[in-house]
Design a protein around this ligand. Structure first.
Ligand code: BT5
Length: 306
């Protein structure tokens, strides 16, 4: 979407606006405004011409402009029906210098989890990646992963799903996985160049296309309006990450892991004990019974009480 098309859409989101006023506000000709309105109609928007001017009376169910329409967060949304991986496309955009873009796809053919594991991404899911250039020091970049998990959990709860966060990056309902986050970054020791935060949420997908230990928004709460869900996810992520010091408390509020007996597989071996907290960088603090261990990365399993 061009900047002018985006500006037309933003103006229309505030209510009816007369063509000449819009032209003046955006510094373009009336004919140009008309062309942009026609293009929005082609993209599925119903735009009525009333006495008060152009008025949006119908929004397409999903897609880039549909998500951007009325969105209260500063992200441009690039939508694809299918992509190998939204993280891969986001990395291309990041390498080209872009920022504050969200790549969104209905389906991924090569979705990735951590450690090159496959992420099943059938049509109907929410597969998206943020392209960000934050001013955080690299050691605090994991906070973006936690912020994304908080945003998913909150958006899911608003959709009526009892979602909680399993350290570090899973959003679960009971023990079934609803969503995962894959963060990738580039930078130097003291400076982050870009961060791509990839979020996969099983929204309205065929259960048969998911692994057995997975669940979806639709399975938990019935039909879901993906446009509204993605908007809430983007808005909440933006709000939560604005205050890095508040991310941890927000994460603790939704955590399923704290207070649980856990078994964490790390590159350096297995750490077992009670998960007691997360530290300032998002690492998990485990009380092993003989002392506290801080785990920065790994796969965490919640153990059932004996
Ligand atoms: C994750 O990895 O949980 C991160 C997933 C990130 C996916 C998003 S989608 C948008 C963006 N583009 C990408 O290519 N990726 C990101 P991890 O913690 O390693 O979990 C992976 C494991 O979860 C797999 O080994 C399966 O066991 C399981 N799994 C695979 N697909 C799943 C699904 N759709 N729902 C629940 N679990 C799944």
């Amino acid at each position: 979407m061009t900047e002018t098309r985006r500006a037309v859409l933003a103006a229309l989101a505030d209510g009816p606006v007369a063509g000449p006023d819009l032209a003046e506000r955006l510094g373009v000709s009336r004919a140009a405004v008309w062309k942009h309105v026609e293009a929005l109609r082609d993209a599925g928007f119903e735009v009525a011409s009333t006495d008060a001017g152009y008025e949006v009376v119908g929004v397409p169910p999903y897609g880039g402009p549909a998500v951007e329409f009325g969105l209260d967060a500063p992200y441009a949304v690039e939508y694809h029906d299918a992509l190998p991986s939204t993280n891969d496309r986001a990395r291309e955009l990041a390498a080209a210098g872009e920022s504050d873009v969200v790549v969104l796809a209905d389906e991924q053919t090569g979705g990735r989890g951590r450690l090159d594991r496959a992420w099943d991404s059938p049509p109907g899911g929410v597969w998206l990646s943020f392209v960000l250039r934050p001013t955080l020091p690299p050691a605090r970049a994991p906070l973006l992963t936690l912020a994304a998990a908080v945003a998913v959990a909150r958006a899911a709860r608003e959709a009526g799903v009892d979602a909680r966060i399993k350290w570090p990056n899973d959003v679960v309902v009971d023990d079934a996985k609803l969503a995962g986050v894959l963060t990738e970054m580039e930078g130097e020791a003291d400076r982050v160049s870009w961060v791509v935060v990839g979020v996969g949420v099983n929204a309205d997908v065929d259960p048969a296309a998911l692994p057995p230990a997975a669940t979806s928004l639709a399975a938990e709460a019935g039909a879901v309006d993906r446009r509204v869900f993605v908007q809430r996810l983007l808005e909440t992520f933006h709000e939560v990450r604005a205050d890095p010091d508040a991310v941890l408390d927000a994460w603790r509020d939704h955590a399923a892991t704290l207070g649980r007996a856990v078994r964490v597989e790390t590159a350096g071996g297995v750490v077992s004990g009670e998960a007691v907290d997360v530290d300032a960088s998002g690492a998990l603090v485990v009380d092993t019974g003989t002392g506290r261990r801080t785990v920065h990365a790994g796969d965490c399993e919640h153990l059932r009480p004996a």
